[in-house]
Design a protein around this ligand. Structure first.
Ligand code: GDP
Length: 444
């Protein structure tokens, strides 16, 4: 998502940055291109117009154009306006109510409603320590209730037992009673979807809303459907009243228009973003970070959070201790290689680093890709424990054996050993520099 928009914008801004002084017409020209780029990313026209006007008003002020770095200042204004357009601040899920707090999930069929319900339930359980119950009110699709039950079993979250033939409002009442009696903190209601917004669907959702008095009514919308997603959100908000949006399929190659116009058009915050089919592929939507990502400024905060969540604490602590002593053998290198792949591989890491968008493209197909890491891991796997601890024992015949074991040339083994030596040297220097021995990416 956002890749092509990001590329377009950085092209436009590179042009601005290169010039020392900026004239009003330079800014206008650049903004005309920004306007086209946003429209091509499928951002709603009124949103684009408003955005460009606001940037123009601020950027054409004398203080900006006369400043030492006018290009940078214009980019800063664009960034700030993008953040405003995306919703200024991240808004979390509201759970401040008398338990069981009800979260009503609404949206079209296939938008990812059931998946998002389960993902959110998992998160509230694991990260917020809430006791969550889920109930499917979808009595239309034969397998829908069963689908939620299966997901519930998979993530260890309780679902309301299925009673065949019960209607949505009755299921809602039963779910509320059960959640109250059994002391649940949160009750998540997954409603039925339709292929299109229709009166019958809205009536059903409204009846459920009235019966359950939800604290949050989250619209689940597929970001790949672009402006359609925004229209669906408008319709649901008008009829039912939503408190926020969960945008799914942000991992896809959509142009980003839905994410960019949703807030401005509906006035409701994007609260969650789905990044895949897996149960933990759900993130808070942080306007600031998304804007930085779009402008190629990187998303270091997300990367560090992801690292902290994915890398096992034990591994990290062990590594930190060894590094403090300046030790770094091939076992440590293998651990690092594995951590890289856990973080989603090089491509995904690069996408989050500042200024890496362009490098990422240049590197697609070049030598630094995940295959190299897998090969390096295979080489280390072919070594004996002694060889991993003391790489200096590796003579020609041992190297030949290892290369054969990993299915590579001996030169690859040498390359890996050289890389390891450089890393080990770096670790030694770092341990001398600061006796804290902690890499910035390591969790607490
Ligand atoms: P519902 O009809 O709205 O309940 O939709 P489902 O929850 O059944 O989801 C439909 C399909 O979309 C399933 O195959 C999900 O795995 C998939 N899906 C849901 N969210 C995401 C997401 O964020 N990214 C990707 N790639 N797939 C998703």
């Amino acid at each position: 998502m956002f890749d092509s928009l990001s590329e377009r914008l950085s092209g436009i801004f590179d042009g601005l940055k290169r010039r020392g002084a900026l004239k009003e017409s330079d800014v206008s020209d650049a903004l005309r291109e920004v306007r086209i780029a946003l429209l091509e990313a499928d951002v709603a026209l009124p949103v684009v117009k408003d955005f460009v006007n606001r940037v123009k008003d601020k950027a054409i002020g004398q203080s900006v154009l006369k400043s030492v770095t006018p290009g940078q200042q214009v980019i800063k204004i664009v960034h700030d306006e993008l953040v405003a357009m995306l919703g200024a601040e991240a808004s979390g899920i509201n759970l401040l109510g008398v338990p069981p707090v009800v979260i009503l999930m609404v949206g079209l069929q296939g938008s990812g409603k059931t998946t998002t319900t389960a993902k959110l339930a998992k998160r509230l359980t694991e990260k917020e320590g809430k006791k969550v119950m889920m109930a499917s009110l979808d009595v239309r699709r034969p397998a829908a209730q069963e689908q939620l039950k299966v997901l519930g079993e998979q993530i260890g979250v309780k679902t309301l037992p299925i009673v065949a033939g019960q209607m949505p409002v009755d299921i809602t009442r039963r779910a509320m009673d059960a959640a109250r009696l059994q002391g649940f903190d949160v009750l998540m209601l997954d409603t039925a979807g339709r292929l299109h917004v229709d009166a019958e669907l809205m009536a059903e959702v409204k009846a459920v809303r009235d019966a359950s008095q939800p604290l949050e009514t989250l619209l689940v919308a597929d970001s790949l459907t672009g402006q359609d997603a925004v229209n669906v959100a408008k319709a649901f908000d008008g009829e039912v009243g939503i408190t926020g949006v969960a945008l799914t399929r942000m991992d896809g190659d959509g142009r980003g228009g839905a994410a960019l116009s949703m807030r401005a058009v509906t006035g409701k915050p994007i609260k969650l973003a789905g990044f895949g089919e897996k149960m933990d592929a759900l993130e808070d939507f942080h306007p600031e970070r998304v804007a930085s990502r779009i402008l190629g400024m990187g998303d270091v905060v997300s990367l560090v959070e992801k690292a902290a969540a994915t890398i096992e604490k034990e591994d990290a602590e062990k590594m930190a201790k060894k590094m403090a002593k300046g030790e770094f053998d091939l076992d440590d290198m293998r651990t690092q290689l594995r951590q890289m792949s856990k973080l989603g591989g090089v491509q995904s890491i690069l996408g989050m680093l500042p200024g890496m968008g362009k490098i990422k493209q240049a590197m697609a197909g070049a030598s630094i890709d995940d295959k190299v890491f897998r090969r390096q891991e295979a080489i280390i796997n072919s070594m004996t424990p002694t060889e991993r601890k003391k790489p200096q024992v590796l003579n020609a015949s041992r190297k030949k054996r290892i290369a054969a074991g990993a299915g590579v040339e001996v030169s690859e083994v040498n390359k890996l050993l050289k890389a390891h030596m450089q890393m080990a040297k770096m670790m030694k220097q770092m341990s001398k520099m600061g006796k804290s021995g902690r890499m910035p990416m390591m969790p607490g």
